[in-house]
Design a protein around this ligand. Structure first.
Ligand SMILES: NC(=O)c1ccc[n+]([C@@H]2O[C@H](COP(=O)([O-])OP(=O)(O)OC[C@H]3O[C@@H](n4cnc5c(N)ncnc54)[C@H](O)[C@@H]3O)[C@@H](O)[C@H]2O)c1
Length: 385
């Protein structure tokens, strides 16, 4: 079972740890570019604290999904302003933009030279600016991963800029920063965290370290997500979700994902829908299809045992079967009002193209069983609702 494990240089986790941000950033650089979502005002107190600590702060607010253009523009800004570090402060979109900006600030060829799938996929040659990743949602775990998912609007697809050099220097996870998420964002991001933990747990590239992280994260997310959705002020639930998200990021960076994220790449480029909602719409259908395919084509697969273990962690029942776990996920997605793919804008006519593009996505390679084009199309048909 040889494996390698990569992680951010340092993880600081806990309520109110954001107070440590100025001192932690000062150890990394003196002139950070702070990448936020559109509502930078949400972070006014932290920005003021950074400036009061003597740091020369440049801000870069980005609305919506990270795009290749936004990352390229941010890299120009970082160079022009003489920035020596990049802070990502926000949801996964802000974190991914920050990671891509840091990479492109020092690797100055066209972004398409480095992009997977639609670009040349060349390795980065220069170390990126150091990244400090501070998530304010609890879902993507992007503070712990080595890639940035970027939209390529002209190609209607989302692809990764990926390099081990892109792992953040520091991940600072303060659950209090996520407490302001409204229920819809809590649901979408939380179901993304749950999806990532499950996909990494049953992945054909799972290893004992990622298994341990996923077990811990799945149990916490299963208990805490309904609680955080029902009451956003439940700080114990927020803390569990922030930790589950971090654990999911650490796991996926080392064990890959699966068909839900294989689909999310083309669907994210096609639909103007939040990433977490796309994942949630697919999760019960992919889980059921994978279990069916494994039972018929690879009944001895360790992934089937992993599905059973996940079912026990989620339902709390020691004898839970993989199918019980799939049913639990379906119920949870309904309870959290996860929309169907139809509600997110997909039509039956889109299915052949999405199936063809999903087959090229890097996450598909971690799926525990190779699904046929027919099975992939059936998943999408089911998820249309
Ligand atoms: N690099 C990776 O490993 C990785 C993994 C999974 C997903 N992603 C990417 O992450 C992105 C999705 O990230 P996300 O799910 O965090 O969504 P997001 O970053 O788009 O944020 C969702 C919404 O919530 C708002 N928001 C953020 N924090 C808030 C808070 N504390 N209170 C209230 N509102 C808040 C944002 O402004 C935005 O409107 C996608 O682009 C996806 O592709 C990356």
């Amino acid at each position: 079972m040889p494996f390698t494990f990569q992680a951010p240089g340092k993880v600081v986790f806990g309520r109110d740890t954001a107070r440590q941000l100025p001192a932690l950033v000062a150890a990394v650089g003196s002139a950070p570019l702070v990448v936020t979502g559109a509502k930078a005002s949400r972070h006014q107190a932290l920005l003021t604290a950074l400036r009061q600590a003597g740091l020369t702060v440049t801000t870069y607010a980005v609305a919506g999904e990270p795009t290749v253009e936004a990352a390229t523009d941010g890299a120009h800004l970082a160079r022009a302003a003489g920035c020596d570090a990049v802070i990502g402060l926000g949801g996964g979109a802000a974190l991914d933009t920050a990671k891509a900006v840091a990479a492109l600030a020092t690797n100055t060829s066209d972004a398409f030279d480095y992009l997977e799938v639609v670009g040349a996929g060349k390795p980065l040659t220069e170390p990126p600016l150091p990244v400090v990743a501070v998530p304010t949602t609890a879902g993507t775990g992007a503070e712990a991963t080595a890639n940035a998912v970027l939209s390529v609007p002209g190609r209607r697809v989302k692809v990764s800029l990926r390099s081990p050099l892109m792992l953040p220097r520091l991940a600072l996870v303060d659950p209090l920063l996520s407490a302001s998420m409204p229920p819809t964002v809590t649901a979408a991001t939380g179901l993304d965290a749950l999806t990532q933990l499950l996909e990494a747990f049953v992945s054909n590239q799972a290893n004992p370290m990622t298994d341990a992280l996923c077990r811990e994260g799945l149990g916490r997310a299963a208990r805490a997500l309904p609680a955080a959705y029902a009451d956003g002020t439940n700080l114990a639930a927020r803390e569990d979700m922030a930790l589950a998200s971090l654990l999911g990021g650490l796991a996926l960076a080392n064990a890959k994902l699966g068909a839900v994220h294989g689909f999310a790449a083309p669907l994210g480029g096609l639909l103007a829908a939040p990433h977490g909602q796309i994942c949630a719409s697919l999760l019960p259908f992919v889980t059921a299809a994978n279990i069916r395919a494994l039972r018929s084509r690879d009944p001895g697969s360790p992934s089937l045992s992993a599905y059973a273990a996940a079912a026990t962690l989620c339902t709390g029942r020691p004898q839970a079967s993989p199918e019980d776990g799939a049913a639990w996920l379906d119920t949870l997605c309904r309870q959290l009002a996860a929309p169907s793919l139809t509600a997110l804008g997909l039509t039956a006519a889109d299915i052949p193209q999405v199936v063809a593009n999903a087959a090229k996505a890097s996450s598909m390679r971690g799926n525990p069983v190779a699904l046929t084009p027919g099975e992939l199309a059936d998943i999408l048909t089911g998820a249309l609702g």
